[in-house]
Structure formats: C-alpha cells, structure tokens
Design a protein. Structure first.
Ligand code: NAD
Length: 487
C-alpha cells in the first residue's frame, strides 16, 4: 500500500506539533481515493496535555488587552488571504468539494476573522451612575479553557466560526477536528503561530468519539461548542451540561424551499439548483426539500435544466466517502420504489480518471409525499425532494412539522407572502428569494428546534455571550457623596 501523501498527523499542543502513538485512521481524498494521511486517535491523556498547555497560557493571554489580542487576528486574516490558493487546495483534497467552493470557504474564514478584529468595539461594557457617586459597570472577561468540536463538511470555515472570536475574547482553545478532514486545521494552526499567537492559546487534539467524550468530561474545560449531526449534538449537549459546562451544540438540518407560482422562474431555478448541489449537498444550509404551491411545473422544468448542467468532477465535487454515496443513493431508490419520480438521476455517477472518487450527480425527485424518508430526513447529498400543495399554509405546515429548524426560504414576488413565511416558518434562518440564507457578519448563525441545543448563536454578536461571562461592579470612591437611596 502506498505511504500517505502527508504522512502521520500530529497534535498541536503548547505551540508545537507533537507525535501521538497508537491507533490511527486513514484520511482518504473523496476526489480520487488518494491516501492523504494517517490520523492518530488521541487518548484522554493526550487531551490532558493540551488542557495543561492551555491553562499555562491563559493568565497572560486573558490579561493581554483585547486591542493587543486582536492584532494577532489582523495578521492571521492577512495570512489567510496570502495562502488562499494553498489552503483551498487542501480543503478540496480532503473534503472533496470543488476548488472554487474551497476558495469561497477560505474567503468566509477571512470574513469571520474580520468580525473578530472588530470585537474591541463591541465589548466596551456599560457604565452608569446608578446613585449619587455610585457607578455600576459591566465587563466581559473570558471563560478560561474552551473546546470546539467540528464536522467534516467545512474543514476550515466551521472551525473559524469559533476560533477567532473565542480567542480574541481572551479564552484559550482546544479544538477537535473531524476525523474525516483533519489536515486543513493543522495548516491553520501554523498560520496562527506565524501571526504571533502565543503558545498554548490554541491546541489541536486529533481523534474520534473518545476525545469528544473526554472533552465533555474534563474538569479543566469550561465550555464546549459542537457542530455536527443532531444525534451527536444531543449526546454532547447532555454530557457536557451534565458535567456543568456551558454548551452550544448545533445539529443537522432539513431545509425547505417554498416556491410560489409567481416566483421568477429563472432566478428561482438557479437558486434551487445551486442550493441543493453546492458542496455536493453537504451543507447544513442546503435546500433538501422543495414545496411547490399551485402550478410550478414551469419552474420545476427549469430546475431540471439547471441540474443537468451540474457535472460531477467539473462543477460538482465528491461526497465525503463511499458509505455516504451508498446512503444517498439508497434514499433515491427507496423514494422511487414508493412511487416518486426521479426527474434527474445522479445515481451511479463516475468521473473518468477518478474511478475511486465518491461522486453523486444532482438529483431531482418529484411527486414526493411528506411521509417518505426523502421528505423527512437529512440526506446530505445533492438531492432535492419536491412536494406539491395548493396553499402556502399547507406548505408551511410541512415545513413546521419537520423536527429540524435551521433554514427555510420562500421564492415569490409578493411581499405579503414573504412576510408571512418569515413570521410562520419554524426556522432560525429564513430567506426570501435566497437559496442559502446564511446571515453574514455581524449577524449570527444558528438554527432552531433540533438544529441547535443551547442559548444564543455560534457566530456574530450573539457569540460574545457564549465565550464570556458578565462581571458587574458597583463602585463608590467618594464617601462625601453620603448615603443616597441605594448607596
Ligand atoms: P458528526 O455528528 O458525525 O460528527 C461531528 C463531530 O462529532 C466529529 O468531530 C466527530 O468526531 C464527532 N462524533 C461523531 N460521532 C460521535 C459520537 N458517537 N460521540 C461523540 N462524538 C462523535 O457530523 P459530520 O458527519 O461530521 O457532519 C455532518 C453533520 O453536521 C450534518 O448533520 C450537518 O447538518 C451538520 N452540520 C450542522 C451545521 C449547523 O450549523 N447546524 C453546520 C455544519 C454541519
């Protein structure tokens, strides 16, 4: 067997890449099956080393004024830009997305870092003379050592949802990459170091389930953020909060696009096709179900035309692995057997010269009933399941009945319909004529229902509350002010 292209990965602890012995897992490129690396499965003892390194770094880092701390992130932002192509190539190689999508992912990391550099303007605290000579003030000190557990679908962006904000606010961080895509994060660690981040402030512990459980149990970790499937989000939220840690756990999604007959056909078709197929459908904001209200045949026809222009290996990346490809194709076959019509069929896709790649072509399924698995469950592939109803209320009833609640969008030219959907969709992020309604900074990212457990959102202004605690002081320096009503 060929030796891995990037060798055996190391953990990043206390500013050094350190070797980890024992069990490992292969990292295989979904693009063409190349063996990229061996990822060590760290133990609870390896995590403990990272917590100790972070604890050592915390006093100096947390006492560094925030205006100085963010200087690191100004430099990191610049390094992300100058290493854009190299980082994007690595993201594409390990995750399977197209190079263009990977560049967009790094651009988003730049935007997230820009937000972190603006934090000094947002955490100024408040002060008020609450009684004669007595002032109350608030500050936002950091929590201490915090952890971030991330999924495979955005090897660079999702880690950057948490890293710049948590550290700029004065915390020291331990991150556990997805065991499917751990390479990009090591490269980001090197860039953070080059940007001047002091040793121990940022640490990577590679591993699988065992490390997630150890993070939830470690008494030295104050807060845990998680992004991944709902099944694991629930486990992590329960375990971390059982151990009295602060936790925010983002889960899976089943996002609905409601298409009204007055929607602009071309724009709607382009948006629906791009939303369901971007990153091979492996986005928690991807359109997975469409509910057509009334006569939308002309729009569905255009969606099929758009989908046929999306070609695996050209403008469509691979899905993460063979298991995922099989799962997605099984969903399509099951829907077909239950009477749905597969208008565009992505099963059995191959890319010449990349026969070991794991590709699924764009798939449009019409005539789906709300009780079918393709209508209810997260598929995480380039598949859209179309249901038909007569009224907007029926469409909203289908959207509302789904246990998830990340995103929902409506396509219409009618402002009244648009407002009605914003008011009645049971989702944290709603779009009007937008296929992927991700809020841009400084607005925050977070779903509802089974798409998120915990209070607040993971990015933007809302994340400040998660990564800090509020200190309230009541101060009187002038005894001559006497005793006022509450002094
Ligand atoms: P996953 O839940 O399988 O894995 C996420 C993390 O949990 C990984 O680091 C993994 O090592 C760990 N993990 C896996 N099984 C575990 C277990 N039994 N116990 C403890 N830890 C475990 O998710 P994934 O397949 O990597 O990512 C895809 C999922 O993530 C999709 O459901 C997608 O919707 C979701 N996602 C959600 C958002 C969001 O913002 N809500 C964003 C991105 C991805």
């Amino acid at each position: 067997m060929a030796s891995p292209k990037y060798g055996r990965l190391k953990n990043f602890v206390g500013g050094e890449f350190i070797a980890v012995d024992g069990r490992s897992m292969p990292i295989i490129s979904p693009l063409d099956g190349t063996l990229l690396a061996e990822m060590p499965c760290s133990s609870a003892a390896d995590l403990d080393k990272a917590v100790k390194a972070a604890r050592q770094a915390f006093p100096a880092w947390s006492k560094t004024p925030i205006k100085e701390r963010v200087q690191v992130f100004f430099r990191y932002r610049h390094l992300l830009e100058t290493h854009m192509q190299e980082l994007a190539a690595l993201v594409s190689e390990e995750n399977g997305k197209t190079l263009g999508e990977a560049v967009a992912e790094i651009e988003k990391c730049v935007e997230l870092t820009e937000f972190a550099t603006s934090l000094p303007q947002l955490v100024t605290g408040e002060v008020l003379e609450v009684s004669k000579g007595v002032e109350c003030r608030t500050e936002h000190p950091p929590l201490g050592i915090v952890a971030s557990i991330v999924p495979f679908n955005f090897p660079a962006m999702v880690p950057n949802w948490t890293m710049p904000n948590a550290m700029a606010l004065g915390n020291c961080m331990i991150i556990k990459p997805s065991e499917k895509v751990p390479l990009s994060l090591s490269r980001l660690a090197a860039l953070l170091q080059e940007a001047g981040l002091p040793e121990g402030v940022f640490n990577i512990v590679n591993g699988d389930k065992e490390i997630v459980e150890a993070i939830c149990d470690h008494p030295g970790i104050e807060a845990v953020s998680f992004v991944g499937s709902t099944k694991v989000a629930k486990l992590v939220y329960q375990r971390a909060t059982h151990n009295l840690k602060r936790c925010l756990a983002l889960g899976g999604a089943k996002n609905h696009l409601l298409v009204m007959p007055d929607a602009k056909p071309e724009m709607t078709a382009q948006n629906v096709a791009a939303s369901m197929s971007g990153c091979a459908g492996q986005r928690c904001m991807a359109a997975s179900a469409m509910v057509g209200v009334g006569d939308v045949d002309h729009i569905i026809q255009r969606i099929c035309e758009e989908a046929r222009r999306i070609i695996p290996g050209r403008n469509l990346g691979a899905v993460i692995n063979a298991e995922s490809k099989e799962r997605i194709e099984r969903y399509i076959t099951e829907a077909e057997q239950q009477g749905a019509r597969v208008l565009v069929d992505g099963r059995g896709a191959t890319v010449p010269g990349k026969e070991k790649g794991t590709y699924v072509g764009p798939t449009v399924i019409d005539g789906v009933r709300p009780d079918m698995a393709v209508a209810r469950e997260e598929i995480f592939g380039p598949v859209i399941s179309i249901m038909r109803v007569d009224t907007l209320d029926e469409a909203l009833a289908i959207e509302n009945a789904n246990p998830y609640g990340n995103a929902a969008s409506v396509f219409t030219q009618n402002g009244g319909y648009a407002r009605y959907v914003i008011d009645h969709a049971s989702a944290g992020m709603v779009g009007v004529n937008v296929g992927v309604p991700v809020p841009r900074e400084p607005f925050s990212f977070g779903g509802w229902n089974e798409s998120k457990f915990g209070v607040g959102d993971i990015t933007g202004k809302s994340s400040i509350e998660f990564w800090t605690r509020l200190k309230k002081s009541t101060i009187k320096w002038n005894p001559e002010a006497g005793i006022n009503w509450m002094s």
